[in-house]
Design a protein around this ligand. Structure first.
Ligand SMILES: [Zn+2]
Ligand SMILES: [Zn+2]
Length: 363
C-alpha cells in the first residue's frame, strides 16, 4: 500500500471521522472546509503553538515533557512507564493531506485530561467497568450488498477484538449477541454507488442499549458509514461522553477498493482493526487526538496515515489511560505482548519486548 501511495487530493478523498455527541473530536479525514472542534476551549489546555494559521509545529522536547506532566512523585513503576524514551518518536511532521496538515489540533496534556470530567471507570462508585462489543452483521466474513456489486469484507472475529481490548484496556470486555444488519434501521445515503449508514443516528439507536455495567459500547459493522454530509465517508463515529460508538470494517480489506489483497492481507486487516478499535475506545475514555508523539491517538486522514500511526500509546496518552483505569503498566504490556506473539505480528512484539525491558529494568 505504501508503495502505491499518492499524495494528491483525489487520493485523499477519504474521510475518517470520529465525532462526538456532546463535544467533537475528529478521527481521520475531514471535509476540506471544516475542521472539527477537537479541542473545546473549556476542556483542553493547549501545549502546542501554531506559527501561523496553517502550519502545525511539532512540539519540542520541553513541550512534550510538559504534556506528560510531573512524574517525580509517582512510584518507580509508573515513572519508568511515563518517561520519554527513544522508543517514542516525536509526532510525524505533517505533509500535505495529513490529518495535522488539515486540522488544527492543539493537543490535550495529561493535566488537562485529569482535570476534565471524562468518562473514567476508575471513578469511585460508578460501577461501570465492562467494555461491550456489539457486532452488527456477520463476522469475520461479511458481505456488503450494494446497487451494482457485492463486496466480501474480511475482518477479525469479534472474539479476537475482545481479547485484544481486554489486554489493551485491562478491563473486562464482552461481545454481545449480534444484531442482524436489517435490524438496524437508520438513514442511509448512496455515495459513489455505495450505501452508507448515517452514524449519528445509529448511535442514537444504540445509546439506550448500553448495559448498566457498561463502561461503553462499541458496535462493529461491515457497512460503510458517514457522519456528515460534507464527508466522503467515516471509518468510525463515537461519543466521548455518551459511551457509545461504532466503527466500520468496510474499508480495511483491500478488496473494498478493488485492490489486490496481497500475501499479508490478514495481518493488514488485523492491524488496522486493532488500531482503530483501540483508538476509538480511547476516545470514549475522553482521550483527544495526540499531537505530541507518534501515537495510537494521532488523528488519521486516511488508511495511509492509519497504517503509519503506531498501535501503542505514547507516554502522555498512556498516563491518561492509566489515570482512567488504574492499570499496572508491566502486566498490561505483558498481556499485549502475548497477544502479538500469538498472532505473529513481529514488529509489535519487538517493540513491546523493548518496552518491557525498559519498564522492568531488565535490560
Ligand atoms: Zn480519532
Ligand atoms: Zn499520545
Amino acid at each position: 500500500m505504501h508503495g502505491s501511495r499518492q499524495r494528491g487530493r483525489s487520493a485523499r478523498a477519504v474521510t475518517l471521522t470520529l465525532a462526538l455527541l456532546s463535544w467533537a473530536a475528529g478521527c481521520g479525514g475531514v471535509p476540506a472546509s471544516t475542521a472539527e472542534a477537537v479541542d473545546a476551549p473549556t476542556r483542553s489546555v493547549s501545549s502546542v503553538r501554531f506559527a501561523d494559521a496553517d502550519v502545525f509545529v511539532p512540539p519540542g522536547p520541553q513541550e512534550r515533557r510538559a504534556a506528560i506532566g510531573p512524574i517525580d512523585h509517582l512510584e518507580p513503576g509508573l515513572q519508568s512507564a511515563f518517561v520519554e524514551t527513544a522508543q517514542f518518536k516525536p509526532v510525524h511532521p505533517p505533509e500535505p493531506g495529513d490529518w495535522l496538515y488539515r486540522v488544527r489540533e492543539r493537543g490535550q496534556t495529561f493535566e488537562s485530561y485529569a482535570r476534565s470530567d471524562a468518562n473514567q471507570p476508575a471513578k469511585p462508585g460508578e460501577g461501570r467497568d465492562t467494555i461491550y462489543i456489539l457486532p452488527i452483521g456477520d463476522f469475520p466474513d461479511g458481505f456488503i450488498v450494494e446497487h451494482e456489486r457485492v463486496v466480501l469484507v474480511r475482518s477479525p472475529a469479534p472474539e479476537v477484538l475482545e481479547d485484544y481490548a481486554e489486554r489493551f484496556f485491562a478491563m473486562p470486555v464482552e461481545v454481545l449477541e449480534p444484531l442482524a444488519q436489517d435490524e438496524v434501521k437508520v438513514r442511509t445515503r448512496v455515495r459513489h454507488g455505495r450505501d452508507q449508514l448515517y452514524a449519528p443516528e445509529l448511535l442514537e439507536l444504540l445509546a439506550p442499549q448500553v448495559p448498566v455495567d457498561g463502561f461503553c459500547l462499541i458496535a462493529l459493522t461491515n457497512d460503510d458509514l458517514f457522519a456528515d454530509e460534507a464527508q466522503e465517508f467515516s471509518f468510525g463515529y463515537a461519543s466521548l461522553t455518551g459511551r457509545v460508538g461504532v466503527y466500520s470494517f468496510a474499508r480495511y480489506d483491500p478488496l473494498f477498493n478493488g485492490e489486490e489483497r496481497g500475501e499479508f492481507f490478514l495481518d493488514l486487516i488485523l492491524r488496522r482493526s486493532l488500531k482503530i478499535m483501540a483508538h476509538e475506545i480511547g476516545h470514549m475514555f475522553g482521550l483527544e487526538h495526540c499531537v505530541h508523539y507518534g501515537c495510537l491517538m494521532n488523528g488519521a486522514a486516511d488508511l495511509v496515515e492509519t497504517d503509519r500511526n503506531p498501535p501503542f500509546l505514547c507516554p502522555v496518552c498512556l498516563r491518561k489511560l492509566q489515570f482512567a483505569t488504574g492499570f499496572e503498566p508491566v502486566p498490561r504490556y505483558r498481556e499485549m505482548l502475548e497477544f502479538y506473539d500469538e498472532h505473529e505480528l513481529r514488529d509489535e512484539l519487538r517493540w513491546l519486548e523493548g518496552r518491557l525491558a525498559f519498564v522492568t529494568g531488565e535490560y
